[in-house]
Design a protein around this ligand. Structure first.
Ligand SMILES: [Zn+2]
Length: 250
């Protein structure tokens, strides 16, 4: 007589089970099965190599928003990026995080990226239609949830900046103006860390401000000399690569 266990398929045919579309996590769960069936054979060598260690050259800091899909818009692969994601792509200023233990997460990841992984670039990537920026424009006193309210305080410098520079990226909505300025604010917060300052002075680290525009899936890069974000086309990519090459030689 066969045991019940032997009758069970090794890989359950999840797709074959007809369930209503509304089941939470269905796409995620069936996605794992699909990955095992269709993609894992091609990825085995990659992950076996990555299991021996990671050596990403870039720390990528972006919003937790589900629509900011860096693996799609930057064609990244496993092992390419060390990633920090949080609400509003914030970086707490160095030294201002003593009272909230949750705020240590970002500084800890920055320290690990710089000291253990020796990343040579840090990108802060904001995005259009950001809920955190909307909350900041509406006033954080209206925000529900004490932790969220506390976290969004890291964006208050951006709100002040927009009040002083209302003409910045004037064609955008207020929320998106704030989102672009917030990338610059968080880069400034990043510069408050001594280990960032040391590496910038030594020329072993570069900082980059990017912005993802959702409706067209376009990436923009902050161009210091123009004081604005410019579309990340082939010309801009070439300019950034030439600058990085120049830095690496000097
Ligand atoms: Zn966001």
């Amino acid at each position: 007589m066969q045991s019940i266990a032997r009758d069970l398929p090794v890989v359950p045919n999840v797709e074959a089970r007809k369930k209503p579309q509304s089941i939470p996590m269905k796409k995620l769960i069936t996605g794992i099965v699909e990955f095992r069936r269709k993609l894992l054979p091609d990825y085995r060598k990659t992950f076996a190599k990555l299991a021996l260690g990671q050596s990403p050259d870039t720390l990528f800091i972006s919003c937790s928003d589900s629509r900011v899909a860096v693996n799609v818009f930057a064609s990244t692969d496993p092992g390419d990026l060390f990633v920090i994601r949080n609400v509003g792509n914030m970086v707490p200023k160095c030294g201002c995080d003593g009272e909230r233990t949750s705020d240590q997460s970002v500084p800890a990841a920055i320290e690990f990226a710089l000291t253990s992984l020796n990343v040579t670039s840090i990108v802060i990537c904001g995005h259009s239609e950001c809920g955190a920026m909307h909350a900041l424009t509406e006033g954080i006193e209206k925000v529900e949830g004490e932790h969220l309210k506390g976290w969004l305080k890291h964006g208050e410098d951006s709100v002040k900046e927009l009040a002083e520079r209302p003409e910045f990226a004037i064609t955008l909505s207020k929320r998106n103006q704030l989102s672009q300025l917030n990338v610059l604010t968080q880069l400034n917060h990043l510069r408050t860390y001594p280990m960032v300052q040391q590496r910038l002075a030594a020329g072993t680290l570069t900082l980059h401000g990017w912005w993802f525009e959702l409706s067209n899936a376009d990436v923009y890069a902050y161009e210091e000399s123009l004081g604005q974000f410019v579309i990340f086309d082939e010309i801009e990519a070439m300019r950034i690569l030439e600058q990085l090459e120049h830095n690496a030689k000097s």
